[in-house]
Design a protein around this ligand. Structure first.
Ligand code: DGP
Ligand code: NA
Ligand code: NA
Length: 210
């Protein structure tokens, strides 16, 4: 056995999907499971509303402030950049991160407003690349039925339809797509399977990608 490859890093696991796809409950359940199994794991989310930038984003989402579409796009991206070094540190020290939304949300939501997709992708270049992207798949109509949306800016059916279209064009064959309309326990089970599989690969010494 090669010592080097057994000194393992953590996996960067990203969950994506429309608002009300169940991402947040699933990341909580996944975190609890992995933690109980004795893995070093943390649950993260973007936007991280606790930072200064995050508070500006939060106020924008609550319709308490107005910002140019490009300006808010760059703030969401900055919010990921300000966590980048900590993220890298955690992964290198062997902690797996379950991240609720990442760069794909940035590109999907802003390009759904009509911003140029390449322009949207540019500020994300250089952030850490996920080891796994899981898309919790639900139609915008079904998502809207789930106890209704809150008051936040993007929680509107017509807009979510555009976001769904953007996600579809961003998806590639490496994404694991899980039917988010299954029973919560079944989604959880499928999620565990793809995540454990990914963690095995990382533990075999797959290098961290940029
Ligand atoms: P959440 O806290 O996951 O409910 O996210 C808040 C809202 O912000 C949600 O509608 C998704 C959207 N969002 C998340 N990340 C980004 C981003 O990077 N850019 C844009 N434009 N919207 C985002
Ligand atoms: Na939301
Ligand atoms: Na985000």
């Amino acid at each position: 056995e090669n010592k080097e490859s057994s000194s393992s890093r953590g996996a960067l696991i990203v969950l994506e999907g429309l608002d009300r796809c169940g991402k947040t409950s699933q990341s909580g359940r996944l975190y609890k499971y992995l933690d109980e199994q004795g893995h070093s794991v943390e649950s993260w989310r973007f936007p991280d509303r606790n930072t200064g930038v995050g508070q500006m984003i939060s106020s924008y989402l609550a319709n308490k402030s107005q910002l140019d579409d490009h300006a808010i796009h760059l703030l969401f991206s900055a919010n990921r950049w300000e966590k980048r070094s900590l993220m890298e540190e955690k992964l290198k020290s062997g902690t797996t991160l379950i991240v609720d939304r990442y760069s794909y949300s940035g590109v999907a939501f802003s390009s759904a407003k009509g911003l140029d997709i390449e322009w949207c992708k540019a500020p994300e270049i250089g952030l850490l690349a996920p080891d796994l992207v899981v898309y919790l798949d639900i139609s915008p109509e079904k998502a809207a039925e789930r106890g209704g949306y809150g008051d936040e800016r993007y929680e509107q059916l017509e807009f979510q339809k555009k976001v769904a279209g953007s996600y579809l064009s961003l998806r590639d064959s490496s994404w694991k797509v899980i039917d988010a309309t299954l029973l919560i326990e079944d989604v959880e089970k499928k999620l565990r399977e793809v995540v454990l599989d990914c963690m095995m690969t990382c533990h075999k010494g797959k290098p961290m990608s940029q």
